[in-house]
Design a protein around this ligand. Structure first.
Ligand code: PMP
Length: 352
């Protein structure tokens, strides 16, 4: 017998690389633009005496501001340290049955990690050959449902009507819709939280809000769902939202015009990239997110991934069943994407 027998052994989630130095980073779906200048303004005048005190347990002014901007009662809002934190709490709170929870087979690779960590039985539901979610597959018996919309890493949007069909036909399961990428052109199911008491909508400041480094995520759901999540959170760590982050988050929400402008730029670059990639022999499911999940007609994704990395351009590639012939390419600035396209042209010419 050794202490090691009592260790919780897990295979952790593997985040995308965060290289230092000058590289073109198209591998973790961050926003290529800085957050609103209001953030710098607020932080440069921050009264550091405040840091003496613990922060508000519910995210204080950040939750108030979210309530105002989204028109949702603050008791229906939960904030956490990025949406990973929010999702982890939601998994622990809502998925305690014996029946497996279900989510797509090709999806955010953290879901199965949390399920394993919390001993939640789970089953994956295959996407169709075009990487689409088939709504009727989600009418089977289940202990809960998780669906990202748009899905990651495919970028595919599921319509609000199809999601409502899944939510309304599963009244005895919590359905989590992970809307990390929803602001890049997809429609949100947020208006449905008052209609369905089993719906939890999760969003983040990491992508469309240009704030991955600040770590802010939120969930919207009816008061009862949020209360249950708070009970679990307060059983782990009450003070998750630090005062500096709260101040920065509020500043971002005070500049929604800036956010709209940035989203517009990312969407325009994505649409241009779709044309450029198609011309170079790539195919991909239509993306409504800030990345494109592309496969080349002749060259292995692994080869492009390695060569791009050597050229200082990081994209994401997984050596996994069904997706190993695809690259997930985050949308950067126009200049970054031009550099990537120039690299691809040269590489493809030399390869074929
Ligand atoms: N959901 C999905 C689908 C994601 O791709 C990500 C980003 N890795 C997250 C949630 C978590 O993002 P964050 O913790 O930065 O909010």
């Amino acid at each position: 017998m050794s202490w090691e027998d009592n260790v919780r052994k897990v295979i952790p989630y593997v985040p995308g690389e965060q290289p230092t130095g000058r590289v073109i980073k198209l591998n973790t779906n961050e926003n290529p633009y800085p957050p609103s200048p209001k953030v710098a303004e607020v932080l440069s005048h921050y009264d550091t005496d405040d840091l003496r005190l613990y922060p508000d347990v519910h995210g204080g002014e950040l939750r108030d501001k979210l309530s105002e901007v989204y028109g949702v009662d603050k008791e229906k809002i939960f904030v956490g340290v990025g949406s990973d934190d929010v999702l982890a709490v939601a998994f622990m709170t809502f998925f305690n049955g014996r029946t497996p929870i279900i989510f797509p087979d090709v999806t955010y690779s953290f879901y199965d990690v949390w399920a394993e960590l919390y001993n939640i039985p789970y089953m994956t539901i295959p996407l169709d050959d075009d990487f689409r979610i088939k709504k009727d597959d989600y009418l089977r018996t289940n202990g809960g449902i998780v669906i990202p919309n748009p899905n990651a890493p495919t970028g595919c949007e599921k319509s609000v009507e199809d999601l409502e069909y899944i939510i309304s036909n599963n009244p005895d399961s919590i359905v989590i819709i992970d809307e990390a990428y929803v602001d890049f052109g997809a429609r949100s199911v947020l208006p449905l939280i008052d209609k369905y008491d089993n719906l939890l909508v999760v969003q983040t400041f990491s992508k469309s809000f240009c704030m991955a480094g600040a770590r802010i995520g939120m969930a919207f759901g009816n008061k009862k769902l949020i209360k249950y999540m708070n009970d679990v959170k307060f059983s782990i760590n009450s003070y998750t939202m630090n005062r500096l982050t709260v101040a920065a988050g509020v500043a971002v929400l005070e500049d929604m015009d800036y956010l709209k402008e940035v989203r517009g730029k990312v969407i325009a670059t994505r649409e241009r990239m779709k044309k450029e990639l198609t011309a170079l022999g790539f195919t991909f499911p239509d993306s409504k997110s800030n990345f494109i999940f592309a496969s080349h007609n002749e060259i292995a994704a692994a080869d492009i991934f390695k060569a791009a990395k050597q050229a200082g351009i990081y994209v994401r590639w997984w050596d996994k069943r069904r997706i190993s012939d695809h690259l997930r390419i985050s949308i950067g600035t126009d200049e970054e994407m031009d550099a990537f396209i120039a690299f691809l042209k040269e590489f493809i010419n030399g390869y074929l």
